[in-house]
Ligand binder design. Structure first.
Ligand code: GLU
Length: 493
């Protein structure tokens, strides 16, 4: 059975690049009807943190990329030791007693001489008695792999074709560090071999590791998997994607209000396409079209505007009820409503109306807070300078008086707890009624709409007027218009 793995190191959150690797492994596992293994590579004890592991798992779950088996390298330390012992016994590896200081100096000297840094094999041929002596003295040692330099290493990358390295460039490398932990390359090969991985799909930054890993696969007697290396993801300016380009982790994108479906849809388009002009799709619907061989080898460009555009499309596919539910956590986070407000039917009514009114304007869920921020207080908190100018006009007073009458006559009952819920159409009718009443006085256009808007919001700009009324609701509209009339009076406008 095909077996693939996604092997993040928990030294940071789940980045765009690693998320794409996870997604492509998921797609490949599904399309090959195989298993996907999640393997946490946490042997770098200093840099690995369990909260990063949690955050990576949370993000993968959020993206909907499920796995069939789970392993953590720190739970498998004994196994790496056993395999290293085997290589030692077969003389395919040896103990290296060189101190970190010596190795550092060696590196510096090689650099200074313009040479590539490579272990100088000092401990390669220590005699059994020398080894015995060092061990007796309690000297620390690492275990190095004995590289046969007299050969080439070749593999057929499923995306890039044939790749060849000369083993001569590879020095005897460490497989077990002096603290007993396996090196990255060793742990990966022991795991890929032991877990019977058939396809290794990972970033191109690992290509040089692949050469070392092939040597280890051979020495350990494991069957070699297929390799495929994904190209880098660059920012729009052509440089490697980094913090400078804005959000880079999946958690950050979720916090801004991107939808998981939009994220996976967009990530799949970074170096792949299901063919044709199709750009908007659920990844579960394109599984059958996915082939590792079709992944492009040129770098992918991460274009946040395109991601936004795709996100907007997915937002518009939501029903207002679904959208309201999705936006509530953002309103709470932005302190526009409180947690308790979730039990308040009037607040929920406003949110649902808002979701209907603003669905087409949202690029990310977080935008909803911006559109809704003025609607939750019962009063107008402040009148803008332009709106005060509007209120000074005599015609404005006529309009606002008339608007209040229209609202009041529409209002049926104050007792039902929830406001009378006017939809956008019914709200438009109320405005039309005001227009009708004032026709004789030739008040229309801006002279009509501006005072209505100002009387409700204290501002001269904002969402469509019928939307404003339907979100604020009839009861609170009356309250706000009365407040505005008071304001005119007390300020002698
Ligand atoms: N743990 C490695 C990383 O996060 C991936 C190793 C691999 O896929 O072989 O870069």
């Amino acid at each position: 059975m095909p077996r693939l793995r996604f092997a993040p190191s928990p030294t940071g959150g789940l980045h765009i690049g690693t998320a794409r690797t996870a997604l492509f492994n998921w797609l490949a596992a599904k399309s090959l009807k195989g298993h996907l293994i999640l393997r946490i590579e946490d042997t770098d004890a200093k840099r690995s943190k369990s909260f990063y592991e949690k955050s990576i798992i949370r993000d993968l779950e959020w993206l909907g990329l499920e796995w069939d088996e789970f392993y953590r390298q720190s739970d498998r330390i004994k196994i790496y030791g056993e395999f290293a012992r085997k290589l030692l016994d077969q003389n395919k590896a040896y103990r290296c007693f060189c101190t970190p200081e010596r190795l550092e100096k060696l590196k510096e000297d090689q650099y200074a001489a313009g040479k590539m840094s490579k272990y100088d094999n000092r401990c390669r041929e220590l005699s059994p008695s020398e080894i015995e002596k060092n061990l007796k003295e309690g000297k620390k040692f690492a275990i190095r792999f004995r590289v046969n330099t007299d050969r080439e290493i070749t593999f057929n990358d499923l995306i890039r074709g044939r790749i060849t390295f000369s083993a001569d460039t590879i020095g005897d490398f460490i497989i077990i560090k002096s603290d007993g932990m396996p090196s990255y390359n060793f742990a990966v090969v022991v795991d890929d071999g032991d877990m019977k991985i058939t396809h290794v799909l990972r970033g191109e930054d690992h290509i040089t590791n692949t050469a070392r890993q092939i040597l280890l696969f051979e020495s350990l007697g494991f069957r070699q998997p297929f390799f495929a290396h994904l190209s880098m993801i660059l920012g729009r300016d052509g440089s490697k994607l980094s913090k400078r380009h804005g959000a880079t982790t999946i958690s950050e994108f979720r916090e801004e209000g991107y939808l998981a479906e939009a994220m996976t849809n967009y990530l799949s388009l970074l170096s792949w396409s299901p063919g044709g002009d199709e750009e908007i799709f659920n990844i579960r619907d394109v599984i059958d079209k996915f082939r590792i061989q079709d992944i492009s080898r040129s770098p992918a460009i991460f274009d946040v505007d395109k991601l936004k555009w795709i996100n907007g499309i997915y937002i518009r596919k939501k029903s207002p009820e679904e959208l309201a539910d999705l936006c509530i956590p953002y309103l709470i986070r932005d302190k526009i409503i409180s947690r308790e407000d979730k039990e308040n039917p009037e607040v929920m009514r406003k949110i649902l109306r808002g979701a209907k009114a603003f669905r087409d304007n949202l690029k990310v869920l977080g935008d909803f807070s911006f559109y809704m921020k003025d609607f939750f207080s019962d009063v107008i908190t402040d009148y803008s300078a332009e709106s005060i100018e509007v209120l000074r006009l005599d015609t404005s007073k006529v309009v606002i008086d008339c608007f209040l009458k229209v609202l009041e006559s529409r209002y049926k009952s104050f007792d039902n707890g929830i406001d009378i819920d006017l939809n956008e159409e019914q709200s438009r009718e109320l405005i039309n009624l005001v227009a009708e009443n004032l026709k004789g006085q030739k008040i229309k256009g801006r002279l009509l709409y501006m005072p209505i808007r100002v009387s409700l919001t204290g501002k001269t700009h904002g969402p469509e007027l019928p939307d404003v009324i339907s979100i604020i609701g009839l009861k609170n509209s009356i309250q706000r218009v009365k407040q505005t009339l008071e304001y005119i009076k007390s300020n002698n406008l």
